[in-house]
Design a protein around this ligand. Sequence first.
Ligand code: ATP
Ligand code: MG
Length: 441
Amino acid sequence: MPDPVLDSALILPRSEHSISRANISKSALNVLYGLHKAGYEACLVGGGVRDLLLGVTPKDFDIATSASPDQVRATFRNCRLIGRRFRLAHVHYGPEIVEVATYRASHDKAEDEDDARLDGDRILRDNVYGTREEDVIRRDFTVNALYYRIEDFALIDHVGALEDIALRRLRTIGDPEARYREDPVRMLRAVRLAAKLDLSIELATEAPLFELGYLLETVPQSRLFDEAVKLLLSGHGVRSYELLLQYRLLDYLFPLEATQIDPERDRLIRAALANTDQRVATGLPVTPSFLLAVLLWDPLQEAVARQLVRGVSEHEAFFHAQEEVLRMQNDILAVPKRFTLPAAEIWSLQSRLVRRRQPERMLSHPRFRAAYDFLLLRAQGEPDLMPSLDFWTAHQSGATPSPVNEAETDADGSAPRRRRRRRGRRRGAPGATPPPTSVGP
Ligand code: ATP
Ligand code: MG
């Protein structure tokens, strides 16, 4: 493997780059200055520097320093140490948290075997402190490995990152396959960064993505869930979905047999993701529940059909199918109950919306709006649903707030659930067709 680090770092003085303190949060600057004053090297690094150079507003500012976590804690009163695998310092400024990581060496630099045990190719621990030169090569992509040093406002490039930024190109630091094997989540990060920043993935960095999806099976399910949320709910869901399909990675996140995705399923998923992206773009809240309901709708229908073949009632078939699909999903990545419960409600409300009974009760259901939005997306591909959709569109426009605490039994006997009714739930403006919301709770 060629040495990924340049022979000598490229150091751009303040006059030769565009990173300006005016675009860095006050809290991050405070931390940088505080560390520098205490005698340590402190740099802005990672997504913050990358996004500023690409003209995107950073989501957060990550800081790397020569100070150990204990030294960081001693420097700031408002600081807590977190994490077991990586010990990180969190410096709190009201609701804002600035994350500070000590420079770390990669595992093969460890003197003590125990400090960086490897499980096959995977890193279990890499809490070995090191220099900036060592810190740079454990980062995933070149564009994520630029350091903005506060003492002289210089931009430091050890890995040819500036060239990649100029070419809008995503490239791993070191051998791509080895880096994905060390941490398979980097494959999802590649997709997310390419989608979010409209970067092209360099050929050698891209090639293993087609082959190594199965490595995701070894990633803890909660970490996969976090990554899936970032991929699909950060405002670039459609593009991320396309890339996940292209690299055959979607199957490792959802029980979708993506190789056999049919056009209607594809249309539904894209429409939901496009709505979500639009909501994010306009600053509206989004939750995973609605997308989950959409993504698993087809597997649910297939499971219902399998149940019906066994000769059970429709109600029973739905109940078992729902359990089965959510179990399949949770075997792949762990979705917290607070998201699966609303998704299941959106499903069970579908047949009730199609039956068009008890409009007052339906309209006051806490999940009515999400279920309606889902019906709207389905109706765009299934004209048979249009009359039901029109019925609820009309009712929604003219409805008045409904009574609270009303007992209700399910006509379709769907899964038991708690009812929470809200007084005076807001409806769409009279006469208007409400836009889809993508919001679960
Ligand atoms: P964003 O914050 O916009 O989602 P980011 O690249 O800053 O993107 P973070 O999760 O905040 O993502 O990570 C900060 C930095 O830590 C990255 O830029 C990268 O240098 C490094 N990093 C994060 N995850 C990994 C990983 N799995 N392997 C190697 N380095 C990583
Ligand atoms: Mg970040």
